[in-house]
Write a protein that binds this ligand. Structure first.
Ligand code: ADP
Length: 190
């Protein structure tokens, strides 16, 4: 099984590119953000707890998303691998992922990182807000907190995966087609 990790700041285009990646390489897409938004829509206990954190631009607790990931690994069959989108987002989550995969004799295949500069993050999110209507895209303060959370908690994973020799970066500032082609060129090697 292949385990690709789609990495990058909010608004980098992970969701857009994920759709093409899962189709071409027969992967199952796991977006922790999407899974959490489904819990919120269903007004589950977990969803209610997650909502206030997400609306504040903070992260939900590591154990919550780790449990979601493990249960997807255990239930989804008939694919050549998984595409993790929005997970791991902290060093603790990355370490948990290594442990979960190790239990099954597996290991992360590669990190595909889509990078855009901070100035671009806000433009992309503002644009998405007008299309998708996500609550966490609407408020300037929430967006600022998400960017801060990304730099503080998530960016250290670049070093984590560089040290494992698994970090590959793509320039996310091009057109959707250009970024997709760069990702395919990279993934074809695995
Ligand atoms: P984006 O990539 O634009 O930040 P996501 O849909 O990936 O959007 O995530 C939306 C929100 O869901 C995050 O800001 C965070 O609050 C929560 N979330 C998603 N994934 C995780 C995770 N792995 N750990 C903790 N919180 C998460």
């Amino acid at each position: 099984m292949k385990y690709f990790i789609l990495f990058g700041p909010p608004g980098a285009g992970k969701g857009t590119q994920a759709a093409a990646m899962v189709e071409k390489y027969n992967l199952h897409h796991i977006s922790t953000g999407e899974l959490l938004r489904k819990e919120i829509a269903a007004e589950s206990e977990l969803g209610l707890k997650a909502k206030s954190l997400i609306d504040a631009g903070a992260l939900v607790p590591d154990e919550v998303v780790e449990g979601m990931i493990e249960s997807e690994f255990n239930t989804v069959k008939g694919v050549d691998g998984f595409l993790l989108d929005g997970f791991p987002r902290t060093t603790a989550q990355a370490e948990a992922l290594d442990r979960i995969l190790e239990k099954n004799g597996e290991t992360a295949t590669s990190v595909v990182s889509i990078m855009i500069p901070d100035e671009m993050i806000k433009d992309r999110i503002r644009h998405r807000a007008s299309i998708e209507g996500r609550a966490d895209d609407a408020k300037e303060e929430t967006i600022n907190n998400r960017i801060r959370t990304y730099h503080e908690k998530t960016e250290p994973l670049v070093e984590f995966y560089r040290n494992q020799g698994k970090y590959r970066e793509i320039d996310g500032t091009g057109t959707i087609d250009q970024v997709r082609q760069a990702i395919f060129d990279l993934m074809d090697k695995f």
